[in-house]
Design a protein around this ligand. Structure first.
Ligand code: GDP
Length: 445
């Protein structure tokens, strides 16, 4: 495969102590030769791989003092020859170095191009690259873990073993087609049938982890509902620990959905504070009310907040409207009143910060994650879920027709399943799928 030299800042366009600027391609060391003056005696062209050399980095218009390291193909991230400059991390510094690199005929890397080259050079699978994106983009511990599962090829090894089993079945089918005089009923079919059944079981057990995996990756959606002025924004603020929502004593101030996220036990919880559910003539507030209905339907958990000093029939009405949801009933303003309700799950004061930690735990305990061992492996990508589901559908179809159809038709279903599984690693993925995945990366990765 013919490639060119590409370069980008791998540490992002932010002022930082140190920045890493990476060049990858057929001849990055020749580029380094023209812009790096080593402090020691070793010339750039004689640099040993994987070794840091201090020296002067010649940028466009100025010099910086930093390090240079050479990675020799194929033992580099991309699988190509690569050079990294470790410079000081000021924006003008990194821009100047990058401009110098570009002036030497190197092209700016596109989104995810380093990782795409790594994939094309067989250094990682497509699912591993996806895990890398998930890890980089994740803001929670559980999201990083879910990404790491993919990145370290754990899903791939499970999928490969199913694919190997199907490869065996396909060769068995081939043999049986080549020797039709054999008694298929007696020999091949039971073994093929058993392999397909085992493969379906394995797919089922992977597929069953998806709901949890998705939650670990994207977080739990929590909708906060309640009458105006019961302290929804204040409770969200107390949970978030900063003033994101606007708190006001005028009823109906929270007009749009204010979102905030917190980590509880390493899992991300995404909160939507909604406009109070009530009839309103105000057009903007109407929008808020309809948004709040959407939140109601999309949330994994509804937190209903009532004011202990002002509990009335409209609270009962709201309670009834969400009673069939996964619900946490929070009685707020316990500093003002000791009113109790038989259905309330927890009593807090958002203003006085009473029992806010208890509320965090109660929120966690209301999710399907309670009691689950989250150190296990979970499917978290929709693309993988979709590919595994299609593989299963093809195998179920093969199983249902195994006694009645001819072997070549059976082979089509088994091959379809094999191809669907191949999309996970990228072996059978289309160019469109591949490009789509790498476009989600940032420049420099
Ligand atoms: P929302 O309309 O439900 O979002 O309610 P807000 O969070 O805007 O709060 C309405 C008013 O109730 C504000 O004046 C808050 O300071 C007050 N408030 C909120 N929580 C408490 C609480 O726990 N105790 C008391 N005494 N006042 C509270």
């Amino acid at each position: 495969m013919k490639t060119d030299n590409i370069a980008a800042i791998s540490t992002g366009m932010v002022a930082s102590g140190v920045a890493v600027i990476r060049i990858s391609g057929p001849s990055p060391l020749q580029v380094a030769e023209k812009m790096f003056k080593p402090l020691g005696k070793t010339k750039v062209c004689d640099f040993e791989p994987n070794k840091m050399y201090p020296g002067e980095i010649v940028a466009k218009g100025f010099n910086d003092f930093g390090m240079c390291v050479y990675f020799k193909a194929p033992k580099s991230f991309t699988g190509e020859d690569s050079v990294e400059f470790h410079s000081h991390g000021g924006l003008a510094i990194t821009k100047g170095i990058l401009n110098k690199i570009f002036s030497l005929g190197v092209r700016p890397a596109t989104n995810g191009e380093f990782t795409k080259r790594a994939f094309l050079n067989g250094k990682l699978s497509l699912s591993s690259a996806e895990g890398l994106i998930d890890m980089i983009n994740s803001e929670s511990e559980s999201g990083v873990k879910a990404g790491y599962y993919l990145y370290r090829e754990k899903l791939l090894s499970a999928v490969n073993s199913i694919q190997d089993r199907l490869t065996d079945s396909l060769s068995q089918i081939d043999v049986d087609m080549d020797f039709p005089e054999e008694d298929i009923e007696q020999t091949a079919t039971p073994k093929i049938k058993q392999d397909i059944e085992i493969s379906i079981q394995k797919l089922d057990s992977l597929l069953s982890t998806y709901r949890t995996g998705r939650t670990l990756k994207d977080g739990v959606k929590v909708g906060i509902v309640g009458k105006p002025n019961t302290g929804k924004s204040s409770t969200l603020n107390a949970l978030l620990n900063y003033d994101k929502a606007i708190v006001s004593s005028v009823a109906g101030t929270t007009r749009d959905i204010v979102e905030g996220s917190i980590d509880i036990n390493g899992v991300r919880f995404n909160f939507s504070d909604t406009a109070g559910i009530r009839e309103s003539d105000d057009e903007i507030e109407e929008i808020g009310v309809s948004l709040s209905k959407r939140v109601l339907n999309e949330s994994d958990l509804i937190v209903f907040i009532a004011d202990a000093s002002d509990f009335d029939s409209s609270d009962e009405q709201i309670l009834q409207s969400v009673i069939d949801k996964n619900l946490l009933f929070v009685m707020n303003k316990t500093d003002k009143s000791d009113f109790k309700h038989e259905r309330a799950d927890i009593y807090i004061s958002a203003l006085e910060k009473i029992n806010v930690d208890g509320l965090r735990q109660a929120i966690y305990d209301k999710t399907a994650l309670k009691g689950l061992d989250l150190s296990g492996d979970f499917l978290c990508e929709e693309r993988h879920f979709d590919a595994l589901s299609r593989a299963k559908t093809s195998l179920v179809s093969a199983l249902n027709s195994i006694e009645s159809v001819s072997l070549d038709i059976l082979a089509i279903d088994v091959k379809d399943a094999w191809d669907a599984l191949g999309e996970i690693s990228g072996k059978t993925a289309t160019e469109e799928i591949i490009n789509n995945i790498f476009s989600k990366f940032c420049v420099g990765k």
